[in-house]
Design a protein around this ligand. Sequence first.
Ligand code: NAD
Ligand code: MG
Length: 391
Amino acid sequence: MKQRLTILGSTGSIGTNTLDVVARHPDQYEVFALSAATRVDDLLAQCARFKPCYAVMASPAHAAQLAEKIKANGLATQVLQAPDALEQIASHPEVDAVMAAIVGAAGLAPCLAAARAGKRLLLANKEALVVGGEVFLRAVREGGATLLPIDSEHSAIFQSLPEDRNCWARRVQHVLLTASGGPFRTRDPATLRDVTPEEACAHPNFVMGRKISVDSATMMNKALEVIEARWLFDLRPAQIKVVIHPQQIIHSMVQYVDASILAQLGTPDMRVPIACGLAWPERIASGAAPLDFSQLAALTFEEADARRFPGLHLSWQALAAPRGTTTVLNAANEVAVAAFLQRRIRFDQIHAVNRATLEAVRPSNPDTLQALLALDEQSRAAASQQVRQFQ
Ligand code: NAD
Ligand code: MG
């Protein structure tokens, strides 16, 4: 039986890499539905190639454009419009697995729909878990879903842990998330105020979406990943450590109580964790080149410099604060990064917006999707106000 797949955010970096892996295994995977925000022609080309039953666009105007082109090309794909349709394709009875590759809190509702419907949920969209926290995990538990990490660090930790979750608490001392350090690892911190969006998006090892690229440059990506790891692996915040490893060969590690450390290694290519999630516990070819140890000069490690990356520590602070604080942090960061990409604030002001928003918004124990979305909206408004103060 083929696995039928919905890909949320199929035109993005993770979405296209997922289709690349899927295309290598036509006997094992079938695309049931695809979705995109604005890239009509990209989604049309994907529909022509993968022949999904459904394609979802974020706005009515884009949906209408796509529907017209689908018809003109004689394709049978039915075009629907977000946001309701995202939940529909994520929870449809004919779907086996959902790749969550939308960027930001916009992905939370469809992730919850997939979780409640008991799907195999491949999670790239880390913001959904940072925003959703316990509500997200409850939906996974109650729906009987299988949650598999796609973020390379979390895939590495997942692969380095025993399959039986029941022994994690007893055996694991802590996890070590590796971080590339991004494009400004060695740049003089005094010059970070002059960073342009183009410089921030030029990641040394990966081509990624613009939001995660900026997050990698500020290390807010690692901050979000600390929170993601807390929920995925049921860890205490103090059990999560971060180490900079610029070559991105070791994708993360687990240290056990006997001081033994297990790591997962490979070339930096997102098709590896994607293939791992798609096939788990089987293994399938990903298309990635294997490591060539004769070409590996050195693996180096550094501590993250708090002056250069002040945002990293907001993760542990937010996890120690009342429930909902990680939702506030995520919303602030989405607003701040968008403002930076629009050249409305400076690079170093991203952190200032995040900190000020955490000060301004005090969450009151959000326990439902509606409460989380309301808190997300309230935090965005507070962050936007901070952005305006900098202009
Ligand atoms: P991207 O910007 O390249 O793609 C995002 C996708 O989501 C696109 O298909 C876009 O059309 C869609 N989208 C964006 N906003 C939307 C909205 N409001 N409603 C519906 N659809 C929307 O981003 P990416 O780099 O592929 O990252 C996707 C997610 O995966 C992010 O959460 C990111 O943190 C995570 N992730 C990415 C990488 C990577 O290497 N790119 C690695 C690990 C984790
Ligand atoms: Mg990552």
